[in-house]
Design a protein around this ligand. Structure first.
Ligand code: ZN
Length: 151
């Protein structure tokens, strides 16, 4: 592994990959969406319980590279308890971090993914779970593929 890649796999990412949070099916989910990133072979299902405008509970499962699985795990911890609008604002922030490398102004685990911008092919890995979560939020349960979706 090159030193650049080991920078990419920072401790937060390694930790979420080793001990994923909110992993597994959510029996009480009322929204489900699937994300697929064929360029890397990543799969991610997001299970979400929406109560009014609030994400009451969320989980994910899937398989793929460390970036995709750690990002989905971190995503669930960030959006749980948030409103749909807050979750979208968080994704906007995360998207900026992974595409520009700009660290968040407030200390946030999202910043662990700043190194991803050096590896453009991995941006889709990092955003897969987020796209699936937003699709679930919007009630669009159709399979999502990053090939037909903007990063
Ligand atoms: Zn990947």
């Amino acid at each position: 592994m090159s030193s650049d890649l080991s920078d990419l796999y920072q401790q937060v990412i390694l930790d979420h990959n080793k001990r994923p949070r909110n992993r597994g099916k959510l029996p009480t989910a009322n929204r489900v969406a699937h994300g697929d990133n064929p360029s890397c072979g990543d799969q991610c299902n997001v299970y979400l319980r929406l109560e009014g405008d609030k994400i009451a509970d969320i989980s994910f499962d899937g398989s793929g590279c460390a970036i995709s699985q750690a990002s989905a795990s971190l995503m669930t911890t960030q959006v749980k308890g948030k409103t749909a609008a807050e979750a979208e604002a968080l994704f906007k922030q995360f998207h900026e971090i992974v595409t520009t490398g700009k660290e968040p102004e407030e200390i946030s685990d999202l910043g662990a993914f700043a190194g991803v911008h050096l590896f453009p092919a991995r941006i889709k890995c990092a955003t897969l779970g987020w796209h699936a979560a937003l699709n679930a939020l919007h009630g669009d349960a159709a399979p999502l593929t990053t090939e037909s979706h903007l990063d």
